[in-house]
Write a protein that binds this ligand. Sequence first.
Ligand SMILES: NC(=O)c1ccc[n+]([C@@H]2O[C@H](COP(=O)([O-])OP(=O)(O)OC[C@H]3O[C@@H](n4cnc5c(N)ncnc54)[C@H](O)[C@@H]3O)[C@@H](O)[C@H]2O)c1
Length: 695
Amino acid sequence: MAELSQSVRLEHDGDVALVVVNNPPVNALSWHVRQGLFDGMAAAVESGASAIVVICDGRTFIAGADISEFGGGAPEAAGLHEVQAAMEDAPVPVIAAIHGTALGGGLEVALCAHYRVALDSAKFGLPEVNLGLLPGAGGTQRLPRLTGVPKALEMMTSGRHIGAEEASACGLIDEAVAGDVDALRAAAVAFAGRAVAENLPLAKVRDRDDKVAEHRGDEQVFADFRASIARKTRGFLAPEYNIQCVEAAANLPFEEGLAVERRLFGELMTGPQSAAQRYYFFAERAANKVPGIGKDTPKIPIERAGVLGAGTMGGGIAMNFANAGIPVTIVERDQDALDRGLAVVKKNYERSRTSTPESVAARMALITGSTDKADFADCDIVIEAVFEDMDLKKSIFTELDAICKPGAVLASNTSALDINEIASVTSRPESVIGLHFFSPANVMKLLEVVRGDATSDEVIATSMALAKTIGKIGALVGVCHGFVGNRMLFQRSLEANSIILEGATPAQVDRVLYDFGFPMGPFAMSDLAGLDIGWKAETSTGDTVRDLMNESGRKGQKNGRGYYTYDPETRAATPDPEVEAMIAEFAAGKGHEQRDVTDDEVLERCLYAMVNEGAKILEEGIAIRGSDVDVVWVNGYGWPVYRGGPMHWADSVGLAEVVEKVRHYAETVGGRQWELSPLLERLAAEGGSLASYSN
Ligand SMILES: NC(=O)c1ccc[n+]([C@@H]2O[C@H](COP(=O)([O-])OP(=O)(O)OC[C@H]3O[C@@H](n4cnc5c(N)ncnc54)[C@H](O)[C@@H]3O)[C@@H](O)[C@H]2O)c1
């Protein structure tokens, strides 16, 4: 055995050389791995080996690039392209032996071996698109040559990982092996022996042409593919650039295709979208860390959960537990409401694409319905999801305090109410926390974890860990009206509603925010949620546009009439002149002069009001980090990830510019939302950043 670098060594098995990578935890392509692989090819040949196996220690093959080197700063070492050329040009067969995952740069290395042998549990993928990039080490040109154009398009634009069976079927690997890493090593060495004995060609993927030739000049296959992903990838640059690379692979010689890949990679790498997506990748990881709460903070084991209320939120929350294999008891106020709630849960399961009657039955078996809160007695956590009413929540928490076992987590799914006030009615405020799910609760990734003044570290640690267990992204926030997400949303709604009194139409506001990258604008969203939610005829003052809409029977999508009218068949929305006239008349009555409002003003007022509020949230210590605010907005409210989140976006616009505009609207529009945040003002003056601000 010989050390080739700090993380790569050379071994021999008979006359087969093994170049073994050992760079925990995931064998990322750090500079010393690249140098070791590069030197390993020459050293193996020099040692007289008849073939070379590239294999990894630990739990995985090379899982991808070393993202800590993205900002530069690594010592001089062989580049990835040099490593790849050394493998492809080796005078003896090179076999990649793959276990765990071969992703991104890892797969691009494997694509430069002459043959690929993998464990049947291995996974393969090019996930660069998720960071706003494309595989920049020849992957875009080699993958389609092995798998064909349609498969490569699908893998590269989705970033999806495929299993060994699928990889075998599409030609990505040459052999799949059952068993463990030792079995893989033995199979790869045996494959190498066969390659030598049978004089198999030194097959370079770059020279393969049959599969790409099938679609040469075939514009239709690309047009169809673009259409098929258009909705999902709207606004993103990287999927389109990945497609253009595959087009180049189909239509151009290898080297020319590589040049296209290099050019488009450079554009993405230096562009704002990938910068935002890479920033966001780290933001999401950081959100899980809570200062002062380490790995050693004790957690309460959650073996049985309770949910109170089987309405819109309660049913979805319960599904999260059942999906994670945790038994859950749902309590409703009467049998009818319980039956209705459970029926919706069942229907949701049945509607899932991957469901079978057995899987639905298995999930439903984990959910127990009841009308008696006493059934919460043995639950480790109870999440309350009843109506948004403080008195009701207080009376419920008084009961839960009496029923639940000592140490159980008592959580509220309130959207905005004061967790401290709710906790104050219990004898154990340290056990009380807000767990704010988003609708639909079984789908949306965000979980705002709201710490009260008395909430214990144990309960916070338990809640953050629970978020992970049930597949959510937890962000820890403090108590204030609406927490982080809704508090900022309120500012946006305020502006959206005042701007339509000044002459913008709901359709204009929605279009501007949709074009910015939100899935829908605020008025379309209100129509979808239902304009009548929380509205009562008896208490309506006729003082808002929403009051007027409700008074004229406009409830939103549910009755086909809201800010838009909806086609009963297709549900397509059309702006309604009647609504616009109603708003104009209402505005005139309030003394607002109508004028042309520019799209720029719509965007600035809706978004800068949010940014200013986000800065206030940070200076009050309600969010731990600026990046947590972004995690809330990307996961909970559809902020386009290619713009990073409101804090990152404000940084990219320039905080000085944002401050100038906030001051401008403070003068021209006024209102609390335009009172400039001192933190924003200070950061702008210092050249600081909201996204990297941390408390
Ligand atoms: N809907 C959303 O988008 C959303 C998002 C996040 C948080 N929330 C919050 O979640 C909570 C529930 O909202 P929702 O939209 O699910 O409301 P909902 O009206 O759909 O459901 C509330 C359910 O609670 C039940 N309930 C009321 N009082 C009860 C009692 N004393 N005992 C047992 N069950 C009782 C009702 O029968 C009803 O089924 C609210 O606090 C709301 O602010 C809602």
